[in-house]
Design a protein around this ligand. Structure first.
Ligand SMILES: *[C@@H]1O[C@H](CO)[C@@H](O)[C@H](O)[C@H]1NC(C)=O
Ligand SMILES: *[C@@H]1O[C@H](CO)[C@@H](O)[C@H](O)[C@H]1NC(C)=O
Length: 604
């Protein structure tokens, strides 16, 4: 076994200076016969020992060095005690020096890596050990919250839709990641039961107690995290850790926290880089992190959209490692140079720098960086000033560089800057429609009223991207015309005409209704819900469609994304609650993660 905690430095130059070289052969010849025999015997002995050790490891059922098996089994533990099994109180992360050298072309040199300070070295080593709860740490324990189910016809209609989706999932994809409702089968992306876990809190909030208990029972017997699969750190954090933590906060059931903690430990090795910027992917069994196959860099929004979940895990367990790992990324990115608060979409885990000439966008790979600046600030009781300042700067940057009006109607929309920020493109992903919701949320916490005016205009534009289409459903990407005399404001290319049942516009409508109480937002949400019912509902669930531009050729894509149940239907249910507030889910007490999982707001 290698001592993974040891930090061995191979400075061969220095070694040569200390030990002048002498040929091995000459040294061997200068030894006495007894010395030669002793050395030979020792070497044979060492060889035999190593052989025995390795075969024992195999025979105990471990495929070679199976790091994950060294993880403690939480099931036997009283989780709130958080005492770790002492027999093996370490697990193997990719420890020692920061992980380097994933680039096959070796173009990244070791010298690019900044040497670690002493403090950071200690922190790095800590990342690989089973973290300990500090004695004086206050751990927040949730009380079980009660929800009484739908209170009006619209909420009932949304619950029926959820039941319909859940029935298809239960029958044809139970325990798998995604339902394929047309072919009546399933698809596994990470093999982490994504739809089930993403749905837990929606089920709970809708008051579907039987369904909740059934899902929980399944998870208790079948949910394993030590699967030999490469998963995306961000997706796994927002969907699985976020889903488990919110299920814990709502139901008070410690089982969910146990699982979140197991997952947290398995994700930590990805953060073992020079600047703490995590690798995009990690294998949950071998605990080996790596970049995705198509890219050596990590995605900016991914590395900055894990902090709410990691902080909450720390606050629930008293183990600081998780919050620290997340905060380190945010603090590092805070120090990097930006374009009026706007960030490029790629960042290197090797040297901690943004990739030059990468796009600036509020859409894919940029979006939730901005969202989590605000939401982290809210989660920490508005006590972390740099988050607020960076958020305000970024909104100014958006207004300056990304917001434009379309022709002929003058809709406000959010474009992109390509080529490192010089080339404006009037292209807006549906994902960008998270922005009005975030802007509106900020105004509940004292952000300028100007943000709400921007949000009002943007949510109107997002709504229009639905209303203008024959199906009443928005495409994945809309292009805008900039000429005042254009025929239409919107241009949709056929490659972009799909709808994946995404939540962002419904999410924005909920925040807008919650903040303004203007019932127009409920009306718009109802219209969109009707369009989902009409064009995406199939016998065994709901399906993404390939074409929103035709009512007869919608081209079902045979996939029901987990976020349809986790987010879209949840936000629809919430917007039809009186004043948009469902039971105890008050936005002064809870902040929703980017996958719509509510987490508590803390004082600091
Ligand atoms: C582990 O800790 C428990 C209680 O603290 C103790 O009784 C037990 O002997 C320890 N086991 C080992 C292997 O050290
Ligand atoms: C509600 O919002 C709609 C859409 O933005 C707007 O036209 C209407 O004037 C608003 N109603 C009130 C009472 O503010």
């Amino acid at each position: 076994m290698f001592g993974y905690g040891d930090r061995v430095s191979y400075d061969t130059e220095a070694l040569r200076n200390i030990y002048p070289q002498k040929s091995l052969w000459r040294r061997w010849n200068s030894l006495s016969r007894f010395q030669k025999n002793l050395i030979s015997l020792t070497m044979v002995g060492v060889f035999v020992c190593v052989f025995i050790f390795v075969s024992m490891d195999m025979s105990s059922g471990l495929p070679g060095v199976n790091m994950a098996n060294r993880l403690p089994d939480w099931r036997d533990q009283n989780i709130l005690d958080l005492s770790y099994p002492n027999a093996s109180n370490k697990f193997l992360g990719p420890l020692g020096p920061p992980v380097v050298g994933f680039n096959k072309d070796e173009s990244v040199k070791r010298g690019d890596i900044r040497p670690l300070s002493r403090e950071e070295e200690e922190e790095q080593i800590r990342v690989g050990e089973i973290p300990q709860k500090k004695e004086d740490q206050v751990v927040s324990k949730p009380k079980k919250l009660m929800f009484s189910g739908p209170k009006n016809e619209k909420q009932e209609a949304v619950v029926s839709a959820f039941r319909h989706a859940w029935k298809g999932y239960s029958e044809y994809a139970w325990g798998h990641d995604h339902l394929k409702p047309v072919s009546r089968t399933y698809n596994d992306w990470f093999t982490l039961k994504l739809t089930m876990i993403d749905s837990l809190d929606t089920i709970y909030i809708m008051g579907l107690n039987e369904e909740f208990d059934k899902a929980k029972a399944h998870l208790q017997s079948e949910f394993r995290l030590d699967i030999n699969k490469d998963v995306n750190v961000f997706e796994t954090t927002i969907r699985v850790m976020g889903g488990l933590l919110s299920a814990y906060h709502l139901s008070g059931d410690e089982f969910f926290l146990e699982k979140a903690l197991d997952l947290g430990n398995r994700l930590m090795p990805a953060f073992n880089t020079a600047w703490g910027v995590p690798w995009a992917d990690i294998n949950l069994n071998t605990l080996k992190p790596h970049p995705p196959s198509w890219n050596s860099d990590s995605t900016t929004s991914e590395v900055t959209t894990i902090q709410l979940e990691l902080r909450d895990l720390t606050r629930c367990t008293g183990i600081n490692t998780f919050e620290n790992a997340g905060a380190k990324v945010s603090e590092h990115i805070h120090t990097l140079q930006k374009k009026d608060g706007l960030v490029p979409i790629f960042i290197s885990p090797m040297n901690g720098e943004f990739r030059k000439h990468s796009t600036i966008t509020l859409g894919a790979r940029g979006d939730s960086y901005y969202e989590y600046l605000l939401k982290q600030w809210i989660q920490t009781g508005m006590t972390v000033d740099y988050l607020k300042e960076d958020y305000i700067d970024s909104v100014s940057g958006m207004v300056k560089h990304l917001f434009k009006r379309s022709g002929p109607s003058g809709y406000l929309f959010v474009g992109e800057l390509a080529s490192g920020g010089s080339d404006f493109r009037p292209k807006m992903d549906h994902l960008v429609c998270f922005l009005p919701g975030t802007l509106a949320l900020g105004t509940l916490f004292g952000m300028p009223q100007e943000h709400l005016r921007l949000a009002e205009e943007l949510i109107h534009t997002c709504y229009k991207t639905y209303a203008i289409q024959p199906t009443g459903l928005a495409p994945e990407i809309t292009h805008f015309n900039l000429q005042k005399d254009a025929d239409s404001d919107f241009v949709v290319k056929s490659n972009d005409a799909h709808n994946l049942l995404r939540p962002e516009t419904i999410e924005g409508l909920w925040y807008m209704y919650y903040v303004t109480k203007n019932t127009t937002y409920q009306d718009w949400a109802w219209e969109i819900f009707q369009a989902f019912e009409k064009y995406t509902k199939v016998t065994h669930g709901y399906t993404s469609i390939g074409n929103v531009k035709s009512t007869t050729q919608t081209k079902p894509l045979d996939k029901m994304e987990s976020f349809f149940l986790g987010e879209t239907l949840k936000y629809l249910y919430l917007i039809f609650a009186d004043n948009g507030v469902e039971g105890p889910l008050d936005l002064n007490k809870f902040v929703f993660n980017t996958e719509a999982h509510p987490l508590p707001i803390y004082n600091s």
